[in-house]
Design a binder for this molecule. Sequence first.
Ligand SMILES: Cc1cc2nc3c(=O)[nH]c(=O)nc-3n(C[C@H](O)[C@H](O)[C@H](O)COP(=O)(O)OP(=O)(O)OC[C@H]3O[C@@H](n4cnc5c(N)ncnc54)[C@H](O)[C@@H]3O)c2cc1C
Length: 411
Amino acid sequence: MIEWSEQHKQIRTMVRRFIAAEIVPHLEELEHGDMPPYDLLRKMLKTFGVVDMARAQFARRIAREKARAENTPEPEERTKSPEEVGNELAMRMLPIIELCRYSPGMVTALGVSVGLTASAILARGTIAQKERWALPLLTMEKIGAWAITEPGSGSDAFGAMKSTAKRDGNGGYLLNGSKTFITNGPHADTIVFMCKLDDGRPPQDRAVVSFVLDKGMPGLAQSKRLRKMGLHSSPTGELSVADLRVGKEHLLGEREEQNSGRKDAKSTFTSERTGVAAMALGIVEECLRLSVDYARTRVQFGQPIGQFQLIQLKLAKMEVARMNIQNLVFRQIEMASQGKSMTLAEASACKLYCAQAAVETCLEAVQLFGGNGYMAEYRVEQLCRDAKVLQIYGGTDEIQVTHIARDLLAE
Ligand SMILES: Cc1cc2nc3c(=O)[nH]c(=O)nc-3n(C[C@H](O)[C@H](O)[C@H](O)COP(=O)(O)OP(=O)(O)OC[C@H]3O[C@@H](n4cnc5c(N)ncnc54)[C@H](O)[C@@H]3O)c2cc1C
C-alpha cells in the first residue's frame, strides 16, 4: 500500500466532519475541565455504525463458539479475503489518526476500553464471560480498564507484581493489591485485574492470572483522576483491592492456567505498540499542518518565517517523520492484507520510532511557533504534552530497545 484509496479518503472526510462538529467544540472542557470523553466516543461509534457492527460480529462469533462447544455444525461464515482484512484495519486506523489530531487522550480511553479490555476478555474468557462483560464493552455501554501496572511494578510488570489471588477454599478467590496509572480507572465499570496466584510457591514461580471485576464490588476502590502532564481527555487513576472475594466465574477462562496472564499480556503489548503508529501519524500530521500554516503567515524581519532556512529545516524534518510513520501505518495494513502481522520485536521497533518522531516533531513545532507555541491557544503545546506519553505507556522507549535487541541477538 502506498496511499489511501478513494474509499478511505471519503471515510476520512466524514470522520473529519464529525470531529469538527462534535468534538472540537468540547476540546476546552475535555482538556481543562472534568469532562469524561465517553459520551462523545459513544456518539462517534454510533454515528459510524460501529455499535451495530460490533453487535452483529459478536453474535456471529458467539454462535460459532457455542456450536463448537456443543459439537454441532458451525453456522456458515463467509471467509474474508486478505484484502478485506487489510481494509478493515485501515478503517480502524483512520478514526484514530483523525482523532489524534485533536485528542490523543480520547483514543487512549477508547483503545483501552474496547481494544485492551474487551480483547482480553474475548481472547481468554468463557462464552458466558464474553456475553456478560465483552459485549457491553464493545458497544461502549460499559467502560473498561486493563490493570497490570502497580506502584512497584511497571516495566518489570510480572517480576515485581505484588497483587495476589488466594483460593478461598470454596471454589472462589480472595484478591488483594494496588494498581496505578490505570486508564479509565476512575470511571471503569469492568476491570481486567492481573495478579499472581498465591499457591504457596515462591512469587517468581507463581502463575499470572486475570480476574474481571465490576465497579462497586465490596473491597474495590477506584481513585479520582490523577493530575498529569498531558492526555487530559483520558482519565487515569489508581485501583485498590482489599480482601475482595470473587467466585470462579470472575477468573478469566475459569482456569488457573500457568502463564495464561503473561501470554495474554504479551499479545496485548504487540497490538498496543503497533497502534501507536496511527496515533503518532495523527499528531505529526496536525503539527505539520499547523506549522506550515504558521510559517506562511507569521512575519518577522519583513518576511514570513517560512523563508528562513532554519525554519525550513524544521518543516522538512517533520515531513520526513510524517512519511516514515505513514509508511509504517501502510506496512501494517499491507501485512494484514497478506494475512501477516508484526512480530513483537518489529512492533517494538515501530513504536520506538513513531513515539520518538512524534515527540521530536511536537517539540520542533512548539519552537517554530515561538512564544505562541508555549501558549495553549495554538494547540501544539497540547499535542506536545500528549505525545510524550507515547514514549512511556505500552512499554517505555528503553523497554522497546530491550525487545528489539533481544530479537537481534537471539541465536
Ligand atoms: C497516561 C498513562 C496511562 C497508562 N495506562 C495504563 C493502563 O491502562 N494500564 C496499565 O496497566 N498501565 C498503564 N500505564 C502504565 C505504563 O504502562 C507504565 O508507566 C510503563 O510501563 C512504565 O512503567 P513505570 O511507570 O513503572 O516506570 P519504571 O518501570 O519504573 O521505569 C522508570 C525508568 O527506568 C527505565 N527502565 C526500566 N527498566 C529498564 C531496563 N530494563 N532497561 C533500561 N531502562 C529501564 C524506564 O524506561 C524508565 O525510563 C499508563 C501510564 C501512563 C503514563
